[in-house]
Design a protein around this ligand. Structure first.
Ligand SMILES: Nc1ncnc2c1ncn2[C@@H]1O[C@H](COP(=O)(O)OP(=O)(O)OP(=O)(O)O)[C@@H](O)[C@H]1O
Ligand SMILES: [Mg+2]
Length: 244
């Protein structure tokens, strides 16, 4: 059974068809790259998957359960995690406190399953290679470091399916490497990841499969290398950008 299944997901806002009949399955442990030109609907699809927008048509199931009508917090409780840029990082708190606060805000039942909070805080900072900054204020971190902290924190909070929207945007090349390492570590842990990225070589390195959106439709899906070499992809990208 796929961990996530989208069936004919469509979203129309004021007669504007933003997503159209998107159907695909994601298997547990898969790393999927979601690509497509600017405005093709990638972030909107994440909003629909995480429950911030309700599709006009179609359904979404997670581990065999229909979640189409569940709100974001209910979906999060089921194990669906989303990483926003800089979302929920308190700049005045230390890194340690930031992670601790996020873990303590979780429902008690879920928190219990995670084990010792102190250990978990350490493991989270370690994952983001930020252990030596534990007592520093989060506001002093670089954008890339905040991003890593945010990703590690979501990951360590027991989520099983992770939605990452351009995690390397504005991040240095070194940090991009670290993000790739974290995603690979997740894969080893059996987590499922859907990642939106414009950096195609990055996608090629870390993804099992690529799904391509163009004007709200899923136009291609397949192994990264095959998608990269496909004529359709060239047409989408070169057709979409009048400057190239
Ligand atoms: N709430 C909304 N109301 C109206 N239009 C919207 C809304 N949200 C998104 N759109 C439109 O939907 C389309 C898809 O936007 P979206 O942000 O999902 O694209 P994207 O693929 O993530 O682009 P980018 O690569 O630039 O991040 C755009 O035309 C956008 O203007
Ligand atoms: Mg976007």
């Amino acid at each position: 059974m796929p961990i996530l299944s989208l069936s004919d997901v469509s979203l129309t806002i004021q007669n504007h068809k933003i997503l159209q009949d998107i159907s695909f399955d994601v298997e547990e442990g898969e790393v999927i790259g979601l690509i497509g030109p600017n405005g093709s609907g990638k972030t909107t699809l994440f909003n629909v998957l995480s429950g911030f927008l309700k599709p006009t048509k179609g359904s979404i199931s997670y581990k065999g359960k229909d979640i189409t009508n569940l709100n974001p917090s209910k979906r999060a409780r089921l194990g669906l995690g989303r990483v926003f840029q800089h979302f929920g990082i308190f700049r005045e708190m230390t890194l340690e406190e930031n992670v601790q606060v996020a873990l303590e805000a979780m429902p008690r039942e879920q928190r219990k399953q995670l084990g010792d909070i102190e250990e978990l805080v350490k493991a989270t900072l370690d994952m983001a290679s930020l252990t030596s900054h534990a007592k520093q204020k989060a506001g002093d971190l670089s954008g890339g470091q905040m991003r890593l902290l945010e990703i590690a924190r979501t990951l360590k909070s027991g989520k099983e399916l992770l939605l990452l929207d351009e995690p390397t945007a504005g991040v240095s090349p070194k940090m991009t490497h670290q993000v790739a390492d974290i995603i690979q570590e997740l894969k080893r842990e059996g987590k499922t990841v859907i990642i939106i990225e414009h950096d195609l070589p990055f996608i090629g390195r870390i993804c099992d499969r690529v799904v391509v959106l163009d004007v709200g439709k899923m136009v291609l899906s397949g192994e990264p290398e095959k998608v990269r070499q496909s004529k359709e992809l060239q047409e989408i990208y070169f057709g979409a950008d009048p400057t190239t």
